[in-house]
Design a protein around this ligand. Structure first.
Ligand SMILES: [Zn+2]
Length: 273
C-alpha cells in the first residue's frame, strides 16, 4: 500500500474511532517568533551569547537542543510503544513563506498533525538549517529540516527533524524553493495546497528525546523526533536554501546531561512509503 493510501486509511480510522486527540482548530501562534531579533549565528550575538542577550531564556538550561546522538548509547524501543501517529494530508495549505533573517520559514494552515500519547499537535511551520543542528555519531549532515508542531494549549512543541543528503532532486524541495529567492525580512503569500508526505525518508526509524527550541528563548518544551535515515535531495536544492539563509545557521551541540535518546524501529504510526 502506498504511503498516501495508508495515510488515507489511517485518517478514516481516526475519524471513526474518535481517538482522544482532538481535531479542533488549534489556531496559529507565533510563540516561536517572540524572541528578540538581537540574536544571530555569528559575532557578538552568536549562540555563545544568547543567554546574555535573552535574560529570561532557558538557553543555559540542562535539557537543551540540539545534541549529538551516539548510536552506542541510544536505547532501542519497539515501534508499537511510541504512541505517535502522523496524520498528513496532501490538501494542507501552505499559506506563506518568509525570510525572517534566521531561516527560511514556510507557514501552514491547520491540516497536517501528529498525535502523541493522546495529545494533538498541529503542524504550524517548517524551516531549514544548513548544515544540520543535530549530529549522529559526530557527523553533521548538509541540511536539517524542522517540521514544527504545536499542541492545542500551545505549551508544547513536537518537532520532526529530517536530515538531507545530496543525491537526486526532491520534488517537494523543488516546489518549496520555487518561491525563493527571498531577501531578509521579505515574505510571499502563497495559499496553495502542498503535499509534505513525500519529504520523509523511506525508512521511518527515528530517534526521540526531550529537549528545547534551538533558537532563543530556547524553551525546554520540545519533544524531538529525528529520522535516522536522511532524505535525498539535490546539491542544487541544498545550495539554493543555504544561499537564502545566514551562513551556518545552526546552534552548537548541547550536553545531554541525564537524558536518554531512544530509537524506535518500524514505528507503527509512521507508515512506510
Ligand atoms: Zn529549527
Amino acid at each position: 500500500m502506498s504511503f498516501k493510501r495508508f495515510l488515507g486509511a489511517v485518517g478514516i480510522l481516526f475519524a471513526v474511532l474518535h481517538f482522544s486527540c482532538s481535531k479542533e482548530k488549534a489556531g496559529h501562534s507565533d510563540a516561536m517568533d517572540h524572541a528578540s531579533d538581537e540574536w544571530s549565528y555569528a559575532g557578538e550575538t552568536s549562540p555563545e551569547h544568547w543567554a546574555e542577550l535573552e535574560k529570561n531564556s532557558d538557553c543555559l538550561g540542562k535539557r537543551q537542543s540540539p545534541v549529538n546522538i551516539i548510536d552506542l548509547n541510544v536505547v532501542e524501543k519497539a515501534g508499537d510503544t511510541a504512541h505517535n501517529t502522523l496524520f498528513y494530508s496532501p490538501k494542507t495549505i501552505l499559506t506563506r513563506v518568509r525570510n525572517n533573517g534566521h531561516t527560511i520559514q514556510f507557514d501552514f494552515d491547520r491540516g497536517d498533525s501528529i498525535c502523541s500519547r493522546d495529545v494533538h499537535y498541529d503542524l504550524v511551520q517548517i524551516h531549514f538549517h544548513t548544515p544540520s543542528e543535530h549530529t549522529v555519531n559526530g557527523i553533521r549532515y548538509p541540511i536539517e529540516i524542522h517540521l514544527v508542531h504545536q499542541s492545542k494549549e500551545k505549551d508544547r512543541f513536537m518537532v520532526l527533524a529530517i536530515f538531507g543528503i545530496e543525491g537526486r532532486e526532491s520534488e517537494t524541495l523543488e516546489r518549496l524553493e520555487s518561491f525563493l529567492p527571498l531577501k531578509e525580512g521579505e515574505e510571499k503569500v502563497i495559499n496553495k495546497a502542498l503535499d509534505l508526505t513525500t519529504i520523509f525518508p523511506n525508512n521511518k526509524d527515528y530517534y526521540s528525546y526531550s529537549g528545547s527550541l534551538t533558537t532563543p528563548p530556547c524553551t525546554e518544551n520540545v519533544d524531538w523526533i529525528i529520522f535516522k535515515e536522511p532524505s535525498i535531495l539535490s546539491l542544487e536544492e541544498v545550495i539554493r536554501m543555504r544561499d537564502n539563509m545566514p551562513l551556518r545557521n545552526f546552534r552548537n551541540e548541547q550536553d545531554l546531561n541525564d537524558r536518554v535518546v531512544s530509537l524506535y524501529r518500524n514505528p507503527h504510526g509512521f507508515p512506510r512509503n
